[in-house]
Design a protein around this ligand. Structure first.
Ligand SMILES: Nc1ncnc2c1ncn2[C@@H]1O[C@H](COP(=O)(O)OP(=O)(O)OP(=O)(O)O)[C@@H](O)[C@H]1O
Length: 228
């Protein structure tokens, strides 16, 4: 569960807050779109969940813990349970697809027998069972995004965040990527996705949180994109 209680975030040196008095609860297993114009605070919202930043006021509670109060040594444990996918994939260029996905598990010290089963299982889940030996540069944008999803999900986090995951992809490829997120969500994972992709939001009809200038202006079940 993710709970924002009266969260305000003002970046150092800025007068206007990036988020202002935002309160919302996202239950386990929900699929939520975060929409709003450029600069409205969507990425800031995601970064607060990951404790990349702390709220200036209010609290962000993730799985029962106030992440603003976490000691630094506990942050890796939080991030093990919160995967993230970005618009620009961010894969390691010199490593194969399998190595990119395995890397997440190696960093947290998972034994190699787990890695040997989890990596192919996860590549299969994202539709890349036969591409494990390729390098990222040998893949299409959509395939690279599937690798990034596999890397974020290989440790089976309870929460998967995505920051404009279809922003670099054409509409047909984007639909394929959304099917992967949908599959992961149907297996019980909470998905929170910031997006500018009106078509996808309107097609999927999930809960929509809309931000404008840092304020939460809409929280709609089975919502639509809803603004220009
Ligand atoms: N590290 C930072 N330092 C100072 N200001 C920042 C920082 N990061 C974001 N901001 C400001 O905070 C506000 C919200 O930015 P944020 O990136 O959260 O918006 P966004 O909705 O994700 O935008 P986009 O859709 O363009 O990605 C903007 O005014 C932005 O300029």
């Amino acid at each position: 569960m993710i709970t924002f209680e009266h969260v305000t975030k003002t970046y150092p040196g800025q007068k206007r807050p990036a988020l202002h008095d935002v309160s919302a609860t996202i239950d386990d297993g929900e699929f939520v779109f975060l929409v709003g114009p450029s600069g409205s605070g969507k990425s800031t919202f995601l970064r607060l969940v990951l404790r990349e930043y702390r709220a200036t006021e209010g609290s962000v509670v993730v799985n029962g813990r106030d992440v603003g109060k976490l000691r630094n040594w506990r942050i890796p444990k939080l991030r093990r349970n919160v995967g993230i996918v970005f618009q620009d994939f961010r894969l390691l260029p010199g490593k194969t697809v399998s190595e990119n996905v395995a890397f997440t598990l190696q960093v947290i010290g998972r034994p190699s027998r787990d890695i040997r089963t989890l990596v192919p299982e996860t590549l299969e889940l994202v539709g890349l069972a036969d591409k494990g030996d390729r390098l990222p540069e040998e893949l299409s944008g959509g395939e690279q995004q599937r690798v990034a999803i596999a890397r974020a999900f290989v440790n089976r986090p309870g929460i998967l965040l995505a920051d404009e995951p279809t922003g670099n992809l054409d509409p047909v490829t984007s639909v394929g990527i959304m099917k992967v997120f949908d599959r992961i969500h149907r297996d019980g994972t909470t998905v929170l996705m910031a997006t500018h992709d009106a078509t996808i939001v309107d097609q999927m009809r999930r809960r929509v949180l809309e931000l404008h200038s840092g304020e939460l202006v809409r929280d709609q079940a089975q919502g639509v994109y809803g603004y220009q």
